[in-house]
Design a protein around this ligand. Structure first.
Ligand SMILES: NC(=O)c1ccc[n+]([C@@H]2O[C@H](COP(=O)([O-])OP(=O)(O)OC[C@H]3O[C@@H](n4cnc5c(N)ncnc54)[C@H](OP(=O)(O)O)[C@@H]3O)[C@@H](O)[C@H]2O)c1
Length: 318
């Protein structure tokens, strides 16, 4: 099978290789990949731009092949897998998704409803699931609330805008000037260009996917007892922002506002909910650009450039 491999960290290290098709254990499935999504964690794992990555992904060189969030068709199932069959259309997460075939744990995938296409579905397991958990579980967003989404044009942020709007919130999005109309099209009532404007007003909840403002500045934008949910740092921030996240947790004990960061949980109950939302068009990922498997390095590079308006997807079958 064809797969993208890398022997060291860096965008220039991705190569298309022929590798043996992996063998399944009894709880795994083999999926023919139709689409694999590109987002910040893919960039972090390919380049180790966030040094913390080396601790769990390999100190000198990456232990895993790139790509993680995918959609495709099941071609083989392990002995103990009861609820999936060959031919099922699924999406989920597994390492090495930039490939013709990927081996996934059956419990890490969900079946696609009719009418959902593979490109869109590949953006759900990481970016949309993170957004759902940020907005609903950690942000506790409800109808009528004012919500600020910093990084509203990004993979997570673009879903967070749509989910918060669907819950009845009034959303202000923050992005670069060139993407203002894109963020408005997602449902944001106001859009702030972080390159030339400052954010004004008070918000019940802030979802921060860029970590570009200090905790002090963010607290000033919250109503008393408002909630700050830190999702991560923009690619160009270059650090894991671990210290900032710890400071938020500590400070939260002493102040009225709730300040927290979280790690996305692989809770599989969220996937069917999001896929239903996708099928019913309550959320719609805009696919900004599609690349072939051979072009995986260009896909990650294009994502890293910040020029993408919408999601970047690698399609091995195109
Ligand atoms: N906590 C978790 O479990 C979890 C899960 C998934 C992702 N993450 C993290 O969340 C972060 C975002 O991920 P992503 O995939 O959504 O990345 P992304 O697609 O690159 O989005 C980053 C966003 O940040 C915006 N941005 C960049 N510089 C900014 C600035 N100075 N001020 C305000 N906004 C700025 C970008 O706006 P423009 O594009 O308009 O410039 C973009 O909307 C990453 O750090 C990722 O590792 C965490």
């Amino acid at each position: 099978m064809r797969a993208i491999t890398q022997s060291k960290y860096g965008l220039d290290s991705l190569v298309l290789s022929d590798i043996p098709t992996p063998k399944l254990d009894s709880k795994q499935i083999l999926v023919k990949v139709e689409a694999a999504s590109v987002y910040a964690a893919v960039l972090h794992l390919v380049t180790a731009d966030v040094s913390l990555v080396r601790l769990f992904a390999g100190f000198r060189r990456p232990r895993m092949r790139p790509g993680q969030s995918f959609a495709g068709t099941v071609v083989e199932v392990g002995r103990e897998v009861k609820d999936l069959r060959v031919g099922d259309r699924v999406c989920g997460t597994a390492p090495g998704a930039f490939a013709d075939l990927v081996v996934a744990r059956a419990k890490r995938v969900a079946v696609l409803p009719d009418g959902v296409d593979f490109d869109e579905a590949s953006t759900i397991p990481v970016s949309a699931r993170t957004a759902l958990q940020a907005v609903r579980k950690h942000g506790g967003v409800s109808a009528g609330q004012k919500v600020l989404i910093i990084g509203a044009s990004g993979c997570v942020g673009s879903f967070a805008v749509q989910i918060a709007v669907a819950l009845g919130a009034e959303v202000t999005g923050v992005c670069r000037g060139a993407k203002k109309s894109y963020v408005r099209s997602l449902g944001a009532r106001q859009v702030v260009d972080y390159q030339s404007q400052s954010i004004k007003g008070k918000f019940d909840c802030i979802i921060d996917t860029s970590s570009s403002l200090s905790l002090r500045a963010l607290r000033r934008l919250l109503v008393p007892s408002g909630r700050l949910v830190i999702v991560g740092a923009a690619a160009n921030a270059g650090s894991s922002n671990l210290g900032r996240n710890l400071a938020a947790a500590l400070l939260s004990v002493f102040v009225k506002e709730s300040l927290k960061s979280f790690l996305q949980s692989d809770n599989n109950d969220d996937l069917p909910v999001l896929l239903e939302d996708l099928a019913k068009k309550r959320i719609t990922p805009v696919i900004g650009k599609v690349f072939t498997l051979e072009q995986s390095a260009q896909a990650v590079e294009f994502f890293a450039s910040g020029r993408a308006q919408g999601h970047v997807v690698v399609c091995p079958t195109s």
